[in-house]
Design a protein around this ligand. Structure first.
Ligand code: C2E
Ligand code: MG
Ligand code: MG
Ligand code: MG
Length: 298
């Protein structure tokens, strides 16, 4: 009896797993098709100066308007694209599209915002990356200092000599390099000294633990860690961008400890390129602080 029930459960489990595997394969096969049909697009999220509230840059975040499944967030297909290697064409498209859109942004005063693009480990490892970026900058006419590449800590830890050389070559072109989600990986600070990094993006997890209403001792420790991280980054000549800034209180406190920039719901949600343009045309209208972006929050 028990054996039969167990067997049935197993059969059910296998069927479910098969189903999931088939769904993943189908989704993966749909990526190149979607690229061809123009189903991917980019939203841009403000990277805001905490000193004067100006728009320093925007992060390009890929979305997929899937014909059957609706708009998909990157978390549901980037991992798959990384596993299958499809991140190379997809990431290449993101890079090109971000440069193409950003070159049209002009600011009434000061520098137009830079565009910050996430790079997966496979893209960094590919020998052709530097060539690709150089050709792209030439083709679009985007000034190199208006492109930032975001690389995670774990990418840094798993890449070898060759990619480090690639990052140096990119930095030599004048491209900005940011470490994304800092604090969630090994946080090995040694590589920051040896790499041409310009910006540290501190993970939202760090920011969220700050300034609990009851001011509990744990959160004070978190505050002190973040404050020392900011001093350390400044000593290394890096600017610091805090991710996941969801409240005015967090922004105030981050400003007080000298954090340079912020990104998060409180400062502006991801939005399509035309909203970036609208903001640049009339900054006094403000960023889309509460505007719907069609993306549920995490
Ligand atoms: P990320 O690079 O750390 O991007 C920031 C993510 O945090 C975005 O999620 C953004 O919508 C979300 N976020 C922004 N402000 C807040 C906030 O105040 N609170 C909270 N809880 N979340 C906030 P999204 O768009 O879903 O992207 C998720 C991840 O997917 C990105 O994390 C990035 O790692 C990856 N990704 C997105 N686009 C690309 C791409 O073109 N290439 C690659 N390789 N990865 C990408
Ligand atoms: Mg990022
Ligand atoms: Mg991040
Ligand atoms: Mg993230």
């Amino acid at each position: 009896w028990a054996k039969t029930a167990g067997g049935a459960r197993w059969a059910l489990y296998d069927a479910e797993r098969d189903g999931q595997e088939r769904a993943r394969q189908a989704l993966s096969a749909a990526i190149p098709v979607g690229l061809e049909r123009g189903e991917f697009y980019l939203d841009y999220q403000p990277l805001t100066s905490l000193h004067d509230g100006s728009l320093l840059g925007v992060e390009a975040l890929v979305r997929w308007r899937h014909p059957q499944l609706g708009v998909l967030r990157p978390d549901s297909f980037i991992g798959l694209a990384e596993e299958t290697g499809l991140i190379v064409p997809l990431g290449g498209w993101v890079l090109a599209e971000a440069c193409r859109e950003a070159v049209g942004w002009t600011a009434a005063a000061g520098e137009p915002p830079y565009v910050s693009v996430n790079l997966a480990v496979r893209q960094v490892r590919r020998p052709g990356l530097v060539q690709e970026v150089r050709a792209l900058l030439r083709r679009t006419g985007l000034p190199p200092n208006r492109l930032q590449l975001e690389i995670t800590e774990s990418t840094m830890m798993t890449t070898a000599e060759e990619p480090v050389r690639a990052l140096r070559a990119l930095a030599d072109l004048g491209v900005r390099i940011a470490i994304d989600d800092f604090g969630t990986g090994y946080s090995n600070l040694a590589y920051l000294r040896d790499l041409p990094v310009t910006d540290l993006k501190v993970a939202g997890e760090f920011v969220r633990g700050l300034r609990a209403p009851d001011d509990d001792p744990g959160s004070r420790t978190g505050e002190r860690i973040l404050a020392s991280l900011v001093s350390l980054a400044h000593a290394l000549d890096l600017s610091v961008t805090a991710e996941g800034v969801e409240t005015a209180e967090q922004a105030d406190w981050l400003r007080a400890i000298g954090c340079d920039a912020g990104q998060g719901w409180h400062l502006g949600r991801p939005a399509p390129a035309d909203q970036v343009l609208a903001y640049l045309a009339s900054p006094q209208s403000g960023l889309n602080q509460s505007g719907p972006d069609g993306m549920p929050s995490h």
